[in-house]
Design a protein around this ligand. Structure first.
Ligand code: NDP
Ligand code: 8X3
Length: 254
């Protein structure tokens, strides 16, 4: 039986790489994001290479009515989601609290925390009914360790860390796996350009060391998703060799 994986935030970065590895391995995909053109591009590239079914859902995870409409539109085979990858997320700004942009805070909390909860609330009931399913949350080293000027992003990812643990307690008795990947800095993503609102100079944060790639993270997600039925990988903290923690990056060159 072909499995279906729903990946939020699959229009770029880690989500896009995750869509690719699952398609390569014969999974049907539901890929989501706000940018329809990017999702269609991902879909058509993958459809050309792999004989899998792909559905795109365009919505903003911060908007509960839109999330409801999108998830409730899934019918027939699409309504059976085997794996949910809660990946959509972002950082905005890098400022001390007393100078923080409150709209940035709202966006990070609404996306990284409330959006992840909305999706899970709508997808999980059918997993509970079937007593089968797997939820994989994308956290960050930022959810494990604070860094200066990143308090709100770190807090939002720390919330993801705790939500992962809470979901596991709520779902384990239904045979549902809950896992998490917490990566350090990852290139081949739009993370930095989003954080610095298109300022390429400020977003140039990966040129003096070799960070993880989106492919590295996607391979870990795929590994977690493909363990035997009785095995749950609870949490993977992964960084590039040149990173030893949120505040320790060897920037001596790639
Ligand atoms: P990208 O910016 O490349 O990807 C972010 C994805 O999230 C996009 O597909 C974007 O789609 C989607 N997204 C953002 N906001 C919303 C929204 N409101 N509604 C729906 N979709 C949304 O960055 P990454 O791939 O790096 O980020 C993926 C996850 O990985 C995030 O949760 C991030 O916090 C986490 N992470 C990233 C690290 C890094 O260094 N890059 C390290 C550790 C964790 P669209 O714009 O089309 O809506
Ligand atoms: C992304 C990693 O250190 O840039 O979550 O915040 S970091």
């Amino acid at each position: 039986m072909v499995k279906t994986v729903l990946i939020t935030g699959a229009s770029s970065g880690i989500g896009k790489a995750t869509a690719s590895i699952f398609a390569k391995n014969g999974y049907n995909l539901i890929i989501t994001g706000r940018r329809e053109d990017k999702l269609e591009e991902v879909k058509s590239k993958l459809k050309k290479k792999y004989a899998v079914k792909i559905k795109t859902l365009v919505f903003d995870v911060r908007k509960l009515p839109a999330v409801k409409k999108a998830i409730q539109s899934l019918e027939g085979e699409w309504s059976k989601i085997d794996i949910l990858v809660n990946n959509a997320g972002l950082a905005m700004g890098l400022d001390p609290i007393h100078k923080g942009n409150i709209m940035h805070w709202e966006t990070m909390i609404d996306t990284n925390v409330k959006g992840l909860l909305y999706i899970t609330r709508l997808v999980a009931p059918k997993m509970v009914e079937r007593k089968d399913g797997h939820i994989i949350n994308i956290c960050s080293t930022a959810g494990k360790d604070i860094y200066p000027n990143g308090a709100v992003y770190c807090a939002s990812k720390s919330a993801v860390d705790m939500l992962t643990k809470g979901m596991r307690l709520d779902f384990y008795k239904f045979g549902i796996k809950v896992s998490q990947v917490a990566p350090g800095m990852v290139e081949e993503t739009e993370f930095a350009i989003t954080r610095f609102e298109g300022d390429e100079k400020k977003a140039n944060i990966y040129s003096d060391f070799k960070p993880l790639s989106s492919k590295d993270v996607s391979e870990t997600i795929f590994y977690i998703a493909t363990r035997p039925k009785h095995v749950n990988i609870q949490d993977v903290l992964m960084m590039s060799v040149q990173q030893a923690g949120s505040n320790f990056v060897d920037r001596s060159g790639r």
